[in-house]
Design a protein around this ligand. Structure first.
Ligand code: C5P
Length: 193
């Protein structure tokens, strides 16, 4: 079976949590596409060459989850040649047999416009900053500024800006528990299977 679930949305909205849970529930493969851009940003050097030469070991670095790595990712993600170098891998993953869930910023709009299910997972900047702060600690106002800066860069870039696909279903997780958000996503996928 070929079946793609595309999940887009801003940082710390719950895309990853929902993506992992949906994949586990239906036995689909899951790809956190943000990790690709984080790995490119963390490699240093020429980001276009880094994207073209990305290997699985690059995705296993344990410094990819930091705020600094997120900012570096969003800078290299604005370079069209970097994005172009990562398209084929993501599309192959999306259409592999057995079903796939991909989460990122442009999955429903650019990578998989034909996805069977498209979700746009969002939450207020304050709620997202608080969630990120629980993970990384430090000063919550610095985390909020980082979240807003990354939103602005991801939504404002020319190539594949973050926005909901026209036919995406919105899930605002600001006032939802993880279980509620997952249940909503699972129900939407089950209805299309
Ligand atoms: O989702 P995550 O926070 O790991 O993504 C890091 C950065 O990678 C994002 O801020 C965004 O700039 C970029 N990204 C992207 N397209 C994707 C996934 C991530 O541009 N599909």
């Amino acid at each position: 079976m070929i079946f793609t679930v595309a999940i887009d949305g801003p940082a710390a909205a719950g895309k990853g949590t929902i993506g992992r849970a949906v994949a586990a529930r239906f036995g689909f493969a899951h790809l956190d596409t943000g990790l690709l851009y984080r790995a490119v940003g963390a490699k240093g050097g020429d980001p276009v060459l880094a994207a073209r030469g990305l290997v699985p070991a690059d995705l296993a670095r344990d410094d990819l989850r930091t705020l600094v790595a997120g900012q570096a990712a969003s800078r290299v993600a604005a370079i069209p040649e970097v994005r172009a170098a990562l398209v084929d891998f993501q599309r192959r993953f999306a259409r592999a047999k057995g079903g796939a869930v991909l989460d990122g910023r442009d999955i429903g709009t650019v990578i998989c416009p034909e996805a069977e299910v498209k979700l746009y997972v969002t939450a207020s900047a304050e709620v997202r900053a608080h969630r990120r702060w629980l993970e990384v600690g430090g000063d919550v106002s610095v985390v909020l500024a980082e979240v807003k800066e990354r939103d602005a860069r991801d939504m404002g870039r020319t190539d594949a800006p973050l926005r909901p696909a026209i036919d995406a279903v919105m899930i605002d997780t600001s006032a939802m528990s993880v279980d509620e958000a997952v249940a909503q996503a699972v129900a939407l996928v089950a209805a299309k299977l």
